[in-house]
Design a protein around this ligand. Structure first.
Ligand SMILES: [Zn+2]
Length: 184
């Protein structure tokens, strides 16, 4: 389970695109076939990803984190294809969602308003948080789509009906390719 292609997190540009946490987790498996990259492949990479996305490296078991990631990836892939995830995938997501406990917290905002937040506790707190996000995404009002960018496999939540790309970069790249193809 070691990768020599992605040695140090400092040099790694994680595929983080501002989506809900469950989607970001699935997106750590990037590309297909021989171009596939696993951004949780080593413990160092996985801790780097957690720091970037969650703000701390967490104490969760990384083997279990990868197991959850694979289940979330399978669930989002099925959903994006208009299919229902398998019972096994659903059971895996649910098991990790129960790995920590969540409590409501009262939060004071910068302008002195009050909001409700959620805090996760326990050794599996990170997995519980990520799995819960996956459940929310799969049952939320917006569909999950796959980026239509060439060679891009990232998932995103399609909050408005016209979005087709994970990022402006992917959109621009496709437009450039079309331009070069149509230019003699
Ligand atoms: Zn993309």
């Amino acid at each position: 389970m070691t990768s020599h292609r992605l040695p140090r997190p400092a040099d790694v540009e994680y595929p983080v695109i501002g989506e809900p946490l469950g989607v970001e987790l699935a997106n750590t498996r990037y590309g297909t076939g021989s171009d596939a990259v696993d951004f949780l492949d080593t413990d160092v990479l996985a801790r780097g990803w957690m720091r970037e996305v969650l703000g701390s490296a967490g104490v969760d078991d990384l083997v279990l984190l990868r197991e959850l990631r694979d289940a979330v990836h399978a669930a989002l892939a099925a959903h994006a294809n208009g299919e229902t995830p398998t019972p096994r995938v659903i059971a895996t997501v649910n098991r990790h969602a129960a790995a920590g406990c969540a409590t409501a917290v009262l939060q004071r905002t910068a302008d002195d308003a009050l909001t409700a937040g959620v805090r996760y506790h326990g050794a599996g707190a990170t997995r519980a948080r990520l799995a819960t996000s996956c459940i929310e995404v799969l049952t939320g009002p917006h569909p999950v789509r796959r980026c239509e960018g060439v060679g891009c496999t990232l998932f995103f939540v399609q909050q408005h009906g016209r979005r087709r790309f994970c990022s402006d970069e992917c959109s621009h790249r496709l437009r450039q390719q079309r331009y070069y193809r149509s230019t003699p």
